[in-house]
Ligand binder design. Structure first.
Ligand SMILES: [Zn+2]
Length: 184
């Protein structure tokens, strides 16, 4: 058997994503919105949270929650809270000191840290990467191959001349003569 040169180039690396609609788990058919998909979504499969943690099914390659690097994203919620707390503290301190003289002047103090109320969007969590157990990986590969063959077959059948439907009917139905007069 000659080796198949056009085997899909997919590696056993599945990224965890969340789908909008739940579909049955690949293993137990329990509805789940968790999807494992290859990098270019050549292959994907739904899996329930329980089976995601099943070492007999897949192994997590990356830590699920790497601490977000402060450099990449804006200030975190905690940082903002800290800044606000700092500000409030300074404000009240100043107030204590100057209370006797000009406490009225403190009134219009605007909180510059509060005005930009843009929520610090959490950085998109880097997708955890899983490696399927080799049995399941083999299964997925054969699935992919099957799918690939199906696509190829479809493409080929498109190129073939279409068999006219009447060709089948001709066997059963007697054809009328060329002038419609029927058979002699
Ligand atoms: Zn499951």
């Amino acid at each position: 058997m000659p080796p198949k040169p056009e085997a899909p180039k997919v590696t056993n690396r599945y990224y965890q994503r969340t789908a909008g609609t739940a579909r049955p788990c690949f293993i137990c058919f329990r509805e789940s919105t968790t999807v494992l998909s290859t990098f270019n979504t050549t292959d994907f499969l739904y899996v329930c949270p329980g089976h995601l943690l099943d070492r007999g099914f897949a192994t997590l390659l990356t830590p699920p929650s790497a601490p977000p690097s402060p450099a990449s994203s804006g200030p975190s919620k905690e940082e903002i809270a800290k800044v606000i707390a700092d500000y409030e503290r300074k404000k009240s301190k100043g107030k204590d000191k100057d209370e006797d003289k000009k406490d009225k002047k403190e009134e219009p103090a605007s909180a510059p840290f509060l005005t930009p109320s843009v929520p610090a969007a959490p950085p998109p969590p880097s997708h955890p990467v899983y490696e399927l157990h080799r049995d399941y990986w083999a299964l997925r590969q054969s699935e992919m191959k099957k799918r690939d063959n199906l696509v190829k077959a479809k493409a080929v059948s498109k190129d073939l001349p279409r068999v006219p439907a009447s060709a089948f009917g001709a066997i059963v139905r007697p054809r009328p003569g060329p002038d419609g007069g029927g058979i002699v």
